[in-house]
Ligand binder design. Structure first.
Ligand SMILES: [Zn+2]
Length: 231
């Protein structure tokens, strides 16, 4: 397998981990999340094309649906599927952060619920355009700037963007934040949650995003017959 094919496979693996039916992770809401990976040339990334136009979910994406996007121009370099409008999110983060090799944008239920709460937005930075979508190149670049040195940012009422040095890190972080957001919701029903408790809950410790979790996820995918094999 070539290095680029290996990276494409990782995009598909992460997409299926996040959206596997009956839950490998808590990230289940919305069917149009996207995982992208920076390619070895440093100036392009691979991501799924706009398969939702055909009524297909993230789970249905295969190798033939992946496209390669130029970070500078935002244009398609390879692939036949139309580009996603939300590619501006991925492009904006990669332009802002040379240390980031994987960007994930998903619409998980619990993180989105908390993104609407002013006083306790999970302790994460928030990016709000005044519209429901991040839709222009300028929006994407502004989101990259708002992310700063953080690894995740909330889009109020919309979803979350996570960024990592590796796909394992970004994928595990995404799942972790959703797991914790769900706990925080239930705790908040029982009583007041001190902000310092919430902050601690939402801060991933090393063990919670380590690669062992990734191997566990891959095994669950294989059990479900969802592991993407090379064509
Ligand atoms: Zn979105």
């Amino acid at each position: 397998m070539s290095e680029v094919d290996g990276l494409k496979q990782m995009v598909l693996v992460a997409s299926r981990i996040l959206y596997a039916p009956n839950g490998i992770t808590e990230v289940q809401e919305g069917f149009s999340g996207h995982v992208s990976l920076r390619l070895p040339d440093g100036g392009s990334y691979v991501v799924a094309g706009h398969t939702h136009l055909e009524g297909r979910s993230t789970l249905d994406v295969g190798y033939e649906d992946l496209v390669v996007v130029d970070m500078e121009t935002g244009e398609r370099l390879e692939g036949s599927q139309p580009l996603l409008g939300e590619n501006v999110i991925h492009t904006g983060v990669y332009r802002a952060r040379r240390d980031v090799n994987c960007v994930i944008h998903v619409h998980p239920y619990w993180c989105t619920v908390w993104s609407l709460v002013e006083e306790l937005s999970l302790g994460l930075p928030v990016f709000f355009t005044g519209r429901s979508q991040v839709e222009s190149e300028e929006d994407g670049d502004a989101l990259g700037a708002a992310l700063g040195e953080e690894s995740a940012i909330l889009l109020p009422g919309h979803g979350i963007v996570t960024a990592g040095e590796t796909v394992m890190h970004a994928c595990r972080l995404t799942a972790f934040l959703e797991e914790q957001a769900k706990k925080l919701y239930h705790a908040s029903l029982l009583g007041r949650v001190p902000p310092e408790y919430a902050e601690l809950l939402m801060t991933p410790h090393k063990a919670s995003i380590e690669s062992d979790s990734w191997r566990w996820y891959e095994e669950r995918l294989r059990e479900k017959g969802l592991y993407p094999e090379l064509p």
